[in-house]
Design a protein around this ligand. Structure first.
Ligand code: ADP
Ligand code: MG
Length: 274
């Protein structure tokens, strides 16, 4: 970073108006290609937003901007009132400090399509590794024993306490994904992001993972879920967001979006997948 760059700041948004996640006019370019063309989306605390849309529409990129895996080129994202994104009122924000990025990342759990477990660690170690190594900076670092106890509780929550000592290769895809969910929960995140969590699974293993996510949804965890499982979306979503070509084409309750879509692009998509 050059000496000309002003000190980083964490700007806050007035609390009276804020959702837990506020995405405002977010743009993202890869080279000359604009893959997010001004996305605006608010998720309330405890809310469940399900994002659907064709492949290549920018769903994964949007999730990745929320978690700092991609920088945005316009607009801004606030998590619990703290800005993640860049541009505010036409003024480019300074780079967030590495420390702030790390802190925000620990507040946001992410579960990927391909589980991404550490292959050389047991299920329990996969879950406990994060809180021991990279704890949330606003919470005391847990001891090995505390992390172990909490890890077993989390494995129990996803129905895998008995498999605590198993390595990922000894677990089915559905079990691995449930460990990945337990691991994401270990940091006690403010929000959990799921990017097609069941797309890599054999059909008979999909439901065990969806059931765990369903339980999270009903227990008040704030979730943003990208999925092609439309029945599941209808069940758990407070808001369904239909994305196409880098834009939110239509957004509403599951009833509105599935039963009465207004936009031709939404109707066309559902006519293929439902
Ligand atoms: P979705 O998750 O909806 O399938 P993505 O967010 O993965 O869509 O991709 C949106 C568009 O951005 C696609 O055209 C994809 O090829 C492109 N894209 C994604 N990641 C990159 C990258 N790192 N570099 C260049 N293009 C990318
Ligand atoms: Mg994707």
């Amino acid at each position: 970073m050059s000496a000309a760059v002003a000190p980083a700041r964490t700007e806050t948004v007035p609390s009276a108006t804020r959702g837990l996640v506020e995405i405002t006019g977010v743009r993202k370019l890869f080279g000359a290609t604009e893959v997010l063309k001004g996305i605006t989306l608010t998720v309330e605390p405890g809310g469940v937003a399900v994002i659907v849309g064709p492949s290549g529409s920018g769903k994964s990129t949007l999730l990745r901007t929320i978690n700092h895996l991609e920088k945005v080129d316009g607009g801004h994202i606030a998590i619990d009132g703290t800005l993640v994104g860049y541009e505010v009122r036409g003024r480019r924000l300074h780079e967030l400090r590495e420390k702030d990025i790390l802190r925000q990342r620990t507040e946001i759990g992410m579960v990927f399509q391909n589980f991404n477990l550490f292959p050389h660690l047991t299920a329990l170690e996969n879950v406990t590794e994060a809180p021991v190594v990279a704890p949330r900076t606003d919470k005391p670092r847990s001891t090995k024993e505390e992390a172990r106890k909490r890890g077993l509780e989390l494995l129990d929550r996803v129905g895998l306490k008995e498999r605590a000592g198993a390595y990922p290769r000894q677990l089915s895809g559905g079990q691995q994904q449930r460990v990945a969910i337990a691991r994401a929960l270990a940091l006690d995140p403010k929000i959990l992001l799921f990017d097609e969590p069941t797309s890599a699974l054999d059909p008979e293993l999909v439901n065990e993972v969806l059931d765990v996510i369903r339980e999270l949804a009903t227990s008040g965890t704030t979730l943003i879920i990208v999925t092609h499982e439309m029945g599941f979306a209808r069940d758990v979503a407070d808001t369904v967001v239909f994305m196409d070509e880098g834009q939110v084409v239509e957004q509403g309750s599951p009833e509105q979006i599935f039963a009465n879509p207004q936009e031709p692009r939404t109707r066309s998509f559902f006519s293929k997948v439902l």
